[in-house]
Design a protein around this ligand. Structure first.
Ligand code: RIB
Length: 325
């Protein structure tokens, strides 16, 4: 059985360092963390080593790994995946990593132990090499890298659309909320927004954030108005953060959209329930899920001429947190 000592030796670090990476407590440098995760994947180490399947047989199971099932964006992805694989006669095993690399590793192990025949991952650690040792068809969804087949939406276009819309609607002091630096879609749309604003006359500030989670969204909203009380428009990093900003702005007595315009990102169902309803950039989450599952089925069936990556368009959805006309 592979032990933590074997991982430490393979990675050329101490056991304590491996432990810090696994438990995500204490500082570990990016390169060291990458070496440890690659060693874990290479040795197929699992702290919770369990008996492997007694026999290998081809199942009809597909593994889907999501980073945060409390965010309404991800269940829409999952629904698209599930509908597609079900129509193909497969069943879905769902894992939720909580943006935690150890949970991600555990689920990869669990999927393998349950003989899934393929996997779709929408999590955030693809660049750590933990999928390199995965001997299974794999498609990345939304949070992608160049090494694997992938389905994603055009984040740069989404950032550009949000920025140009606010400039066209008279925004003069825009705050761009930059999503978590390790999440590629967040950086794509941030880049698209800033490039568009640099071509405009509007002034803007950037507020960096380190999570998309609902729990943290209220804190980002409070920080935004504490740092930039004069902002007259916000490009939020996602809809949950946008809804928290809307809530905080209304509590501060701001009129929406007269005093403050807000554009979110994703178009989760709750956007049409907020008051005022939230303008946002719509990612075609359901279709992204279906396309990822279709790409995986082609890979499993070893079809010819399989697309390497599929980019889907985004769409601006104007509701009532942006000015009319
Ligand atoms: O809201 C969650 C965000 O993380 C979405 O914008 C999606 O792109 C995912 O990566």
């Amino acid at each position: 059985m592979v032990t933590i000592k074997d991982v430490a030796k393979e990675a050329g670090v101490s056991v304590a360092t491996v432990s810090r990476v696994l438990n995500e407590n204490g500082y570990v440098g990016v390169d060291t963390k990458k070496k440890v995760l690659q060693a874990i994947a290479k040795l197929n180490y699992s702290p919770n080593e369990v008996a492997r399947s007694l026999y290998k047989r081809r199942s009809r199971l597909i593994g889907l790994l999501l980073p945060d099932i409390t965010n309404p964006f991800f269940p829409q992805l999952a629904r698209g995946v599930e509908d597609e694989v079900s129509e193909a006669g497969f069943r879905l095993l769902l894992g939720n990593s909580d943006e935690n690399v150890q949970k991600e590793l555990d689920y990869i192990q669990t999927f393998a132990q349950n003989n899934v025949v393929g996997m779709i991952s929408a999590t955030s650690h693809v660049d750590y090499g933990i999928y390199d040792a995965l001997n299974l068809p794999l498609v990345l969804l939304d949070r992608i890298s160049d090494e694997y087949p992938a389905v994603y939406a055009d984040g740069e276009e989404g950032g550009r659309l949000a920025a140009e819309t606010l400039v066209e609607k008279g925004a003069k002091q825009i705050t761009v909320m930059k999503g978590p630096s390790h999440i590629k879609p967040a950086q794509d749309r941030y880049r698209g927004a800033v490039e568009a604003l640099n071509r405009s006359e509007a002034s803007y500030t950037v507020m960096s954030t380190t999570s998309f989670s609902f729990e943290d969204a209220k804190g980002w909203a409070e920080e935004l108005f504490a740092k930039y009380p004069e902002t007259d428009a916000v490009i939020a990093s996602n809809d949950m953060v946008a809804i928290a900003i809307l809530h905080e702005a209304l509590q501060l007595g701001k009129r929406i959209p007269e005093d403050l315009q807000i554009i979110g990102y994703d178009d989760i169902p709750q956007c049409s329930l907020s008051y005022p309803t939230l303008s946002t950039v719509r990612q075609p989450a359901y279709e992204m899920g279906r396309q990822a599952a279709r790409l995986l089925m082609k890979t499993i069936n070893k079809e010819q001429e399989i697309e390497k990556s599929i980019q889907l368009p985004v769409q601006l959805i104007e509701r009532n947190t942006t000015r009319k006309g």
